[in-house]
Design a protein around this ligand. Sequence first.
Ligand code: 1QQ
Length: 392
Amino acid sequence: MSVLTLGLTLALAAAVPAKAENAATPVPIGLAVAQTSNAALFGLEQMDGAKIAQARHNAAMGANGTKITLIFRDTAGDEAGAVNAFRTLLETDKVVAIVGPTLSQQAFAADPLADQAKTPVVAPSNTAAGIPDIGPFVSRVSAPMSQVAPHSVRQALRLNPAISRVAVLFAHNDAYCASETATFQEAVKNMGLTTVAVKKFQTTDTDFTAQIAAVLEARADLAIISGLAADAGALVRQLRQKGYAGLIVGGNGLNSTNIFPVCGAQCDGILVAQAYSPDAVAANPANQGFVRDFQAAYHKTPGQFSAQAYTAVQVIAEAVARVEKESGKKAGEFELSALRQAVNAALRSGPFLTPLGEIRILPSGEVEQKDVFVSRIAMNPDGRTGSFVLVA
Ligand code: 1QQ
């Protein structure tokens, strides 16, 4: 081999793989949810859903399409954990977009970092008021509880039209709980019911004796609970054990089969409004494919948190594809900050057909979603397993 040929070969070896790699390098998307702490009761469901989205998208892109790769960073359940995960994803992993964090309480702390870095965040489960207002790079696919929660109260009244006395309980150290209880309290008033008790607790509480005494004393016939899975689940269990026999409406924090080990047989009958139903597959091929692949992978039916995390990854992956189509360039040919900004704009550029139905992210970052469901928890005789059964 001559020196010239060797030089050319080396030059080609340096240039060709770099270019090929550019075109083929998967687009990194951060998945910042709770893998540890009590919030992992939601976060693990989110991981399951996100992985199915990655697999389905990459399979659909075929041999030459741009793939995505999820980079998982544990946020745990507090603000500091979310801030750390976001910082690592933005600065070290150099992701194009972030799905997360699990809790609204964490989003208010961590999302501003991504917003300042002009990197899109798609919230998969933040339902408090004000999330999209954090900044122009923050959007969500999780419908706000202000739109979802009142459906469960309406359903409770349909099941028992005699309901008149309502007790409202909420965790006052959590942003979603504080936001959701305001919606519930307003709905109760609008429906002409009487609020006979409003009681606070903390998401770290394990003993609810004082709150339950107030509910029983007030002779409530409907109890409405806004908490996270571990605390709200324990509250439900203790409420039933102390003899409360009325209906229970649970907020989004009770929207997971992972509460079944917490409240056991006492979970039975809780009414929960949901932004997703695995049963709504008839007219929705996006949900059919998701449910099929999810069941094949995990041998269980997906719940709302899995479906929303799937959807968050899906809309980012499709936004990347839209950017490529409109620009005529591969994602790998963009400079990182240009790609982040183009993806943020593409997220807001039109409807997506997702397992949640056809949704749209408005220019404000708020999600527009048509379908809302109400389910009732039906526990099996073993007192450990059960399911959400659609009632509306
Ligand atoms: C929020 C919620 C939680 C229940 C998500 C897991 O809705 O924090 O906004």
